[in-house]
Design a protein around this ligand. Sequence first.
Ligand code: ITT
Ligand code: NA
Length: 199
Amino acid sequence: TRLILATRNAGKVTELRAILADAGLGHELVGADAYPEIPDVKETGVTFAENALLKAHALARATGLPAVADDSGLCVDVLNGAPGIFSARWSGTHGDDRANLDLLLAQLSDIADEHRGAHFACAAALALPDGTERVVEGRMEGTLRHRPAGTNGFGYDPILQPEGYDVTCAELTPAEKNAISHRGKAFRALAPVVRELLG
Ligand code: ITT
Ligand code: NA
């Protein structure tokens, strides 16, 4: 069966292909880029789960195929969970990873190491054309560096140091990141649900 990856974020697509293949999912994974005529859904939800479901349903409805979606972000303790669902557009320009990261670092410049706790969160949603839906969540706890380090990954990876590590997510290999990441945890939990519903 074909399974649509309802995301236009290239970093996510790369990670999802590896995570879902490692989880033993035999489905043909088709990126949303294969459907350029389908407009992006407005992310009007107030939680990661709501937005992930909105994205998955939009693609499933428009294509008639099952779709999985990811809504994710960085939640900073001292900012009461911001940027959160606004992570991709924190600087005002959607998807400008460098501007988003630079703004966040500037906002946290006075915050001492012991108060720089944060986590990545991911909601992984599955939607079928008939309206069936499932959603699961994953987290990765860590602390925020004062300066970016590393070139792997995407988004805020260069400033998040996972708990128990002395490197940033951008200094991990893709396999190392996927093994401990919010996205890895969420989609490894979703994989058996996909198998159960799609066969
Ligand atoms: P789609 O909606 O098309 O999937 P998007 O980038 O707009 O793409 P989100 O609204 O879920 O997706 O925003 C996710 C943002 O959170 C992303 O742009 C990064 O800034 C951040 N983020 C999420 N997961 C991350 C990760 O594993 N590493 C670094 N940053 C991450
Ligand atoms: Na979002």
